[in-house]
Design a protein. Sequence first.
Length: 598
Amino acid sequence: MSEQLLSSRNLAFELYEVLDAEALTQRPRFAEHSRETFDAALTTARTIAEKYFAPHNRKGDENEPRYVDGHAELIPEVKPAVDAFLEAGFLNANRDFEVGGMQLPSLVSQACFAHFQAANAGTTAYPFLTMGAANLIESFGSEEQKRLFLQPMIEGRYFGTMALTEPHAGSSLADIRTRAEPAGDGSYRLKGNKIFISGGDHELSENIVHMVLAKLPDAPAGVKGISLFIVPKYLVNPDGSLGPRNDVLLAGLFHKMGWRGTTSTALNFGDNGQCVGYLVGQPHQGLACMFQMMNEARIGVGMGAVMLGYAGYLYSLEYARQRPQGRLPDNKDPHSPAVPIIEHSDVKRMLLAQKAYVEGAFDLGLYAARLFDDTHSAPDENTRQQAQELLDLLTPIVKSWPSAFCLKANELAIQILGGHGYTREYPVEQYYRDNRLNPIHEGTEGIQSLDLLGRKLAQSGGSGLKQLIRLIAGTCERASHHPNLDTLRQPLEQLVNRLQSVTLVLLGDLAQGKVAGALANSALYLKVFGHCVLGWRWLEQAIHAEVGLLKGGDRDFYQGKLQAARYFLTWEVPGCHNDLALLEARDDTCLAMQEGWF
């Protein structure tokens, strides 16, 4: 089947028509790049993903990592795939040329990474976790820590993890019990247990650098008492050579619904009292440090959800084109040949919904990457600050909306394949199982909704929200010059106006201390806010599709964009008004429910 991972035509549309990646080459940091170098990186990513990652996706699912003599064993295909990723330079896609990086914009690197996320979520996790851990050390580590740990990670010799969750403390990090005692030589001795640590053990690298949250003896209560530590699997000598095994024990592996190719580990730190760790940054500032990594990870999770949804959509689309079944309702001739199921209206509905979800979320994820570029390379401080404020506001949406609705796309892909979709002989059921993790890890939907409504809306005096409203208004104004888009523009304008008024009501309640009632339905607010953002991004795509048609471009492609925008803005968006009515009324159906009534 053609284009199983990602539509190259849609990718070009996003990069070069909607988000103007070429404009980034006018900035000093990206001046040595061009569309040609961007396309070369994308082609390399697609080739490696198709050759090394996709072929063992099913095998990795059917042959989970095994716990053997205290370590985790992976299928042999994982290492060549990871090595190909490293050799091509993608581990350092955004890093400077001077340190061996590709110095790509995040917009382009995220598009490169999308191919790997679609091809094999399990194998892709290992280098992705390493990138996040390396960025953390680069931002907050000492020069000695950078020399001993960051440099080998950049070189791909050491991998990294993020060790937060404990058996009794998942989302509630304030309750972690892992302790770190000063050893008197500048290092610490850690003791505690962590669970669900992705990539916590393997033989893909010389060493594994765990970024561990723990509390010092004098730590204040709650999240203000959390510190961050580097805890290597193997100790590292001052000259950079590997020392003895650290007191970090692989206690076991979890057996998951999906993402089976990635080790999910239980790690014991300090069973023998000799687990050596090194404080990163200042004492009690660990969560602030970790949030940098978590915010990057949340955007990555969102894009991962998009790509699993996208892969399912493309597979079900090709299946629907090739699978003959039944006849159209107005054909009463039983002797006529069966038609491909794509000709049936309800199958078109399911395909159109998938297209609206995955292509809308894909645009949003790349837009977030474009904002990330602006935060670092925009020519003036004001633009960089505004980009950061808008990115902070949108991060809960970028993580949670694709996790919910691209999972829904996977469900529709299974439905299109019917009984075949429910079997393991076809990949769509694995895409669903793999994607089911994304609404859970790196902050559940509930956590993201509390973050949005309880923190992000009012952050920096509401600057991010004001920016978003101005941007949506600007898009609607541009759309007004295209009469064909009136039926798309009007539902978005109605939604954003209503959403603004309800937001003011809820923020007013929060300001008055009515916290429980204001936040009780935050998940519903998150969904509506996400639909508003996605409606805006679809209207943006529709404007560019109109322009493409006027220029005589690929008619089928642009008409498909307009039809998907029409579906989202006329089928999905209007349903948000009932949700807004519940929010405005501060409906307490869920809040008032008592435990004994269940």
